[in-house]
Design a protein around this ligand. Structure first.
Ligand code: PA5
Length: 486
């Protein structure tokens, strides 16, 4: 038997009730098991350590918020009413025209789209789309088998391609665009193909913008001050979401609610400050370089991927802001509950003390699925009779949390009352702000990515792009002698 959304049972594990004033649709951050009085002072955080960090944390919040009208424009994305109207207007115009929406992008131009679709559409949306809603594909790789299979199975004439690139020049996205443009032109002609492409890129800079001008494609703008991994609440993430019926207004409202909650300094009260301080303390004082995001929600699992990029690219840096070499940064790891209980949890509970954990958990699932057993004499099956999958899921999660805690592994929980646009918007804003604050603790520029750019330049050189000849020559000269075993 199964049914739709029902609250099955309240949490059985010891999680504190929200304060009286906490709205019921607010996500909560439960940090009980991060503290020294629960997991011990070697691995957990003491009140003294937190208090000592409070002034730096308050300064970090001030300095990040002071930049919101200058270079950190992503902080203001929840309030872009005009852009939202444009996106919704465009999505309404496209309604009923396409069977597929395909995002061509990579990194910050794809991970948010994947995470939003994973969280807010059906997990089977690409095989069983809702009536009148196109399937969404995010082709975030140039593996010929990924692209080639898509071409073999789907019809470009029934597809809208959303090309997303902030820089407008990324080789992967450019190559995908050129491939699908050609397919469209072959099928629909130079004029007819134009309605099947919409571009999201910088307002002025980059080759994609030049192509938009030349070919007359419909386009949206990635605003200045919005870097790739901080762009999910801009047209980068909102456009494809609106096209597949996701409540993008709800997302922005959720983000705005979190912005409001995080406006006031206070390491004990501001969740972004707290989370950033924990990350810093876990690495610098508790010697835990690995941050695991463990999603006990199939819907939220791709947010662990999204966060992995946000954390790794923002904080993983060779140099500090003052130019000194640091070679710093936490290593993000993603895990999915319960699946990874049967893969990773052995290591997490008994392996090295080099990790701390953030569990996502959900108080209310969309579906009620009941287990029935016809074997009353077989206790190994029958104890499940009449129980709901949500109970089992929760028991597994609580069991893992208890095991981690008893083994002295610091862990916290992000509790979602349910997965909807509003709670997801809150989570996105919370993590973006927390990572920006981490940049201040680590003393790095959280908004550049010289390591990524270095890889892009090497790829241009190896592909023979004009202007990169010297780099190509250098790469060829420095290639090590091959050492292959078989
Ligand atoms: O966060 C980032 O800046 C990167 O991951 C970029 O999003 C990624 O490299 C793709 O770049 P672009 O959007 O310019 O094509």
């Amino acid at each position: 038997m199964h049914g739709s959304r029902r609250a099955v049972q309240s949490l059985s594990f010891s999680l504190p009730d929200p304060p009286e004033s906490t709205p019921m649709d607010r996500i909560r951050l439960d940090c009980t098991n991060l503290m020294a009085d629960v997991v011990g002072p070697e691995h957990g955080i003491t009140e003294k350590e937190l208090a000592a960090l409070a002034p730096t944390s308050a300064r970090a919040l001030d300095s990040v918020r002071a930049r919101r009208t200058r270079d950190l424009r992503w902080l203001d994305l929840p309030y872009q009413e005009e852009v939202l109207e444009d996106i919704l207007g465009y999505a309404a115009e496209q309604q009923g025209r396409f069977e597929n929406v395909v995002v061509l992008g990579i990194g910050g131009s794809a991970l948010g789209n994947l995470a939003l679709s994973g969280a807010l559409s059906s997990p089977y949306q690409d095989v069983a789309p809702a009536p009148g809603i196109p399937r969404l594909f995010v082709l975030d790789n140039v593996d010929p088998d990924l692209i080639g299979e898509w071409i073999d199975h789907f019809d470009v004439t029934k597809t809208l391609f959303n090309v997303v690139s902030k820089s407008g020049g990324t080789a992967e996205t450019m190559s995908q665009f050129l491939i699908f443009r050609q397919k469209l032109v072959e099928a629909l002609g130079e004029t007819g193909h134009r309605d099947h492409i919409v571009v999201t890129t910088d307002a002025e800079r980059g080759i994609l913008r030049e192509i938009v001008e030349r070919d007359g494609y419909r386009s949206f703008v990635v605003p200045d001050g919005v870097g790739g991994r901080f762009s999910v609440l801009s047209p980068v993430g909102l456009l494809s979401s609106a096209l597949v019926g996701i409540d993008v207004r709800g997302l922005l409202k959720g983000a705005a609610a979190m912005d409001e909650l995080c406006a006031q300094p206070g390491i004990e009260t501001n969740p972004a400050e707290f989370y950033a301080a924990v990350q810093w303390l876990m690495q610098s004082a508790k010697h835990k370089p690995i941050a695991v995001q463990f999603a006990y929600s199939h819907r939220l699992r791709l947010f662990a991927d999204w966060y992995a990029q946000l954390l790794a690219e923002s904080i993983g840096k060779r140099s500090g802001k003052d130019g000194a070499e640091l070679f710093t940064g936490p290593t993000p790891v993603r895990a999915v509950g319960v699946t990874d209980q049967h893969s990773q949890v052995q290591l997490y509970v008994e392996g090295p003390f080099d990790k701390w954990f953030t569990l996502f958990s959900l108080e209310e699932s969309d579906h009620l699925v009941t287990i029935e057993s016809p074997y009353p004499d077989l206790e190994g099956a029958h104890y499940l009779h009449g129980r709901h999958l949500a109970e089992l899921f929760r028991a597994e999660r609580d069991g893992t949390q208890v095991a981690l805690t008893e083994a002295g592994r610091p862990n916290c929980s992000v509790l979602f009352p349910r997965v909807d646009a509003h709670t997801v918007g809150q989570y996105i804003y919370l993590m973006e702000l927390a990572v920006a604050l981490m940049g201040e603790h680590y003393g790095v520029d959280a908004f550049d990515q010289p390591g990524v750019e270095a890889g892009k330049i090497a790829a241009y050189a190896l592909m023979g792009r004009a202007g990169y000849e010297a780099r190509r020559e250098q790469l060829e000269r420095s290639a090590p002698p091959s050492r292959r075993l078989v």
